[in-house]
Structures are given as C-alpha cells and as structure tokens.
Design a protein around this ligand. Structure first.
Ligand code: S3P
Length: 451
C-alpha cells in the first residue's frame, strides 16, 4: 500500500473551517497512535538489525516525515495497511548519507531526534522544514550534539535549514538539560547509541520517558536513577538493537481534545478508547479532574509497555485552575486546549511557568490569547503564561477567523471551542491538523459535532 501524503516544506493551500454548537456529544472514538511513540518506533526500528513490525502507527504528516527520512538513510520502511508497518533496520552505525535534504515539514520531533541520529554517524544531512519549523530554536540540540563532535551549520539564529556533519566516533557527554525537553534528551540519547562509552543525560524536571522505555525494549543498555540533581539516564554506546514487535497506544495529546469537548458541551457522554496514560503524559487529565471534570478510567491495561485505559468523559461544570509548573512537561502540548477549558470555568485561572509554549509550532501563548479574545474571552498575556477569566459555562461568542499560524493544536483547540459557542467559530486554516491527527474532524462528526 502506498503511504499517505508526505509533508511539504511550504504549506499547502489553507483550509478554512467553520464550526458551531451542535448539542451533546455522544458515542465512542478511538484516537490515532501516539505521535511521540510512533516517531521513536520508526527510528529505533531503522537502527535495529533485522525486521520490526509496528501496529497502530500514527500516519500523520509528522510521522510520515520521519519514515521518509529513515528511508533516505537506508532503512526499509514499508506500509502494509492502516497503521501497520514493517521496518528493516541498517544497524546502529549503518545509516547512509541521504542524497537530498530531509524535509521535516512541520515536525520538531522528527528534526531534533534525527539530528541526534546523524550526529554520531559519519554522514552529512541537511534538514529543511515549513515556515513554522524554520522559526523554531535548534540551539538547544546544536549545543550538546556539537559537544559530542558533530559539526552543525544552522541558518542565522540557530534555525533551519541546517546541516549536520556527523562524527564517528563521537565523544560521549554528561549533559544536564537546561530546558525540560524530551526532544533534547532523546536527541542526545540517540546520538549516544553509536558513540563509544557512556552517554549521560540529567533531567532536573522529568519529561516524557518514551525514549528510555523503548531503548530498553530494543535491548540497549540503559539505566535511569532518580538523584537529588534529577533523573540520571546513562546509555552504553555502540549498542546492538534487536528488532521488536511494537503496538503503539492511542495518543493522550489527541484524546485531550475529545476530553475537553465532552467536558464543556452540556449533556455529553463519550468514551475515548485506548488512551496512553504514561504518567509523563497524562497531566491534562489530572488538571481537568482538579477543575471538576468527570473522567473515568475504564479497563486499565498495558499496551506496548505503556499504561493504557479507555476514558469515559461526561459533561461537568468546571472551576478555575492554577496548575503546578512542575507538572507542565506532563501536559506540555495540552495547554492550548486547557486554556479553552479554563475559559468556560468558574473563576480566573492563572497558568504560568510555561514559557516553552512560546517556541512550539507557534507562540502558543500569543496565538491562544489572540484567538480567545476574538471569541469573547477576557485574557491577560504574561511573559510565561496566560490569565484566563472564566465564563462559568456561558458559551463563547464565536467569531474569527482565528489565526492558527500553522499550528495543529491551535486549530483543534478552536474547533473544540466552537462546539460551545453562540455563533460559529471560524478558523483560518485547518490543514495543519493533518500533521498529528488526520481524522480529527471526521471523528468529531461521529460523536455529533457540526463541522
Ligand atoms: C515531544 C516532546 C515535546 C512535545 C512534542 C513531542 C517528543 O517537545 O512538545 O510535541 O516526542 O519528545 P519538547 O521536547 O520541546 O518539550
């Protein structure tokens, strides 16, 4: 079967979207595979000796960019059916030099993790991306990968397009993360795979641990120790990875939109199937519950080494939130939709300590502040967050068009807001939703949304 459409470094035509209130949401939805786990399963399979099987792979544009890149560096990645992939790896140390620039589309995860892979192989690769990705800081990975010996030439400001000239053998480092970033941690660990000796990453604030779990699953020697300076992760290099059969659980970051939608629309009762609930990812559900949301975990189980459950979510009245900044990494991609929930809560939410929001696919503090204001919400922007004056259940006024700035999560957050608005919410461009959740709108319709 042929792969779904590839990403593109200049974005396709904008797809305006109008979404309006449509009554209670009801039924069951199965969200697609976890994006973070999907990227990692392709990359580690590409480095294993032998053939891995992946099921439940997210086939969004970001993950397809990773598949194209590992192919360009010698792995065979074949789509057998929806979410079913077979990947034959080249072995750690065996990546080939790509003959063309690697097009990362909108995907920061593809870019930063693949930069790590290239950094310790004797190859050179150029990374390009769309306007959003080309504005994002890469200095955070350039610094440690340069310490390991890679020669990296970015565009001014440490941005894409950039070229990585890998070094073999690279130099193992001991690196304390200056920003809480799973992408930076993972880039260093992936570079460490082909580096002699022990590569050590210390994270003062824990971030998603899918790389550690999956590296161990593929047979890498890796230890993780909690210490007073943080989690210390040590990886023994020149690893031999053994092929695996991987089942990717549903993405909690995609489930988040349905959880907030069911919570804010009166009368709703939906069940979201197969949601990954790794504690480094599930912060939004805890935050919503603290606000009064009714989220029930049904049939907890383990899928692909990750905790999973179905989530039954019923409408509930919310009170304002004041999330602990230490919990931010566990809900890092969910703040846009949390702002939507906070905007309908009773009371004022002060959500601070999230300056990282400014360097995501868009500046999510500014983009959300502008969009929420456009649909009638009173907000105040902070340098590191947002104050949201809740409407105590009063529907949004509607309006727009909301500028989504090539940011899938902004588009989906305002689609959710439109479900409880007295006039339609207009969104300038829904096309970026395909980067992480291609069937978002069809799924939203199956539970009763008008879009
Ligand atoms: C990701 C890490 C997070 C997250 C991103 C996916 C990953 O980014 O926002 O969507 O898969 O490692 P940061 O590492 O920049 O926090």
């Amino acid at each position: 079967m042929s792969a779904p459409s590839s990403p593109h470094s200049s974005h396709a035509a904008a797809q305006p979207l109008s979404i309006r209130a449509s009554g209670p949401l009801r039924g069951e939805v199965a969200v697609p595979g976890d994006k973070s786990i999907s990227h990692r399963s392709l990359m580690l399979s590409a480095l294993a000796v032998g053939t891995s099987q992946i099921s439940g792979l997210l086939e969004g544009e970001d993950v397809i960019a990773t598949a194209a890149a590992v192919r360009a560096m010698g792995a065979q990645a074949e789509r057998l059916g929806p979410g079913e992939w077979r990947v034959s790896g080249v072995g750690v140390g065996g990546l080939l030099q790509p003959t063309q620039a690697l097009d990362m589309g909108n995907s920061g995860t593809s870019t930063r993790l693949l930069m790590g892979l290239v950094a310790s192989h004797p190859i050179t690769a150029t990374f390009v991306g769309d306007a959003s990705l080309s504005g994002r800081p890469m200095g955070r990975v350039i610094a440690p990968l340069s310490d390991m010996g890679a020669d990296i030439t970015p565009a001014p400001g440490g941005r894409l397009p950039l070229t990585v000239r890998g070094l073999y053998p690279a130099v193992p480092i001991r690196y304390t993360l200056p920003v809480a970033s799973a992408q930076v941690k993972s880039a260093i660990l992936l570079a460490g795979l082909n580096t002699p000796g022990t590569t050590t990453v210390i994270e003062p604030v824990p971030t998603r641990d899918h790389s550690e779990r999956m590296l161990a699953g593929f047979g890498a020697q890796l230890t993780v120790e909690p210490t007073p300076e943080g989690r210390v992760i040590m990886l023994t290099g020149e690893a031999e990875l053994k092929p695996q059969t991987i089942v990717v659980p549903g993405d909690p970051s995609s489930a988040a939109f349905f959880a907030v939608a069911a919570t804010i629309v009166p009368g709703s009762d939906i069940t979201i199937l197969n949601v990954g609930l790794n504690p480094t990812r599930s912060g939004l559900f805890a935050a919503l519950r603290a606000m009064g949301a009714d989220i029930e975990e049904v049939s907890p189980r383990t899928v692909g080494g990750e905790p999973v459950a179905d989530l039954r979510v019923r409408h509930a009245r919310l009170t304002a939130c004041d999330p602990d900044p230490a919990a931010a990494p566990s809900m890092i991609d969910e703040f846009p939709v949390l702002f939507v929930a906070a905007a309908l809560a009773k009371g004022t939410s002060r959500i601070a300590g999230i300056e990282e929001m400014r360097v995501k696919e868009s500046d999510r503090i500014a983009t959300m502040a502008a969009g929420l204001t456009a649909i009638g919400v009173s907000v105040e922007e902070l340098p590191d967050g947002l104050v949201v004056h809740g409407r105590d259940g009063e529907p949004f006024a509607g309006g727009g068009p909301i500028a989504t700035r090539l940011d899938h999560r902004i588009a989906m957050s305002f689609a959710v807001a439109g479900l409880h608005a007295s006039a339609p919410v207009e969104i300038d461009d829904a096309a970026p939703i395909a980067t992480s959740f291609p069937n978002f709108l069809p799924l939203l319709r199956t539970v009763g949304a008008a879009c």
